[in-house]
Ligand binder design. Structure first.
Ligand SMILES: [Cu+2]
Length: 87
């Protein structure tokens, strides 16, 4: 129970601790391999602190490094380059 509370607290505080983030809808991911492909594509970008994809939900959560950001167009291009579609 305590662990659950800590996890909830961590998730709540995460946006403040790690700077700005964004959620993107990604179409075409069908398994955990797809998640890794999309995550790898974004993790290799200098602006990205972390990337977490979820193929079941069709989402990609990005955290940017302090003061850095990618535009919607840049994100969309990177998703396409990985072989998927951002919407
Ligand atoms: Cu896959």
């Amino acid at each position: 129970m305590k662990k659950l509370l800590m996890t909830a607290l961590f998730l709540l505080l995460q946006p403040f601790a790690f700077g700005a983030g964004t959620d993107v809808s990604v179409k075409g991911m069908t398994c955990s391999n797809c998640e890794h492909i999309v995550e790898g594509k974004f993790q290799s970008q200098p602006e990205i602190a972390s990337a977490k994809a979820d193929y079941k939900k069709g989402t990609l959560h990005l955290e940017f490094k302090d003061g850095k950001k990618l535009s919607k167009e840049q994100i969309s291009t990177l998703v396409s380059e990985a072989g998927y579609t951002a919407k």
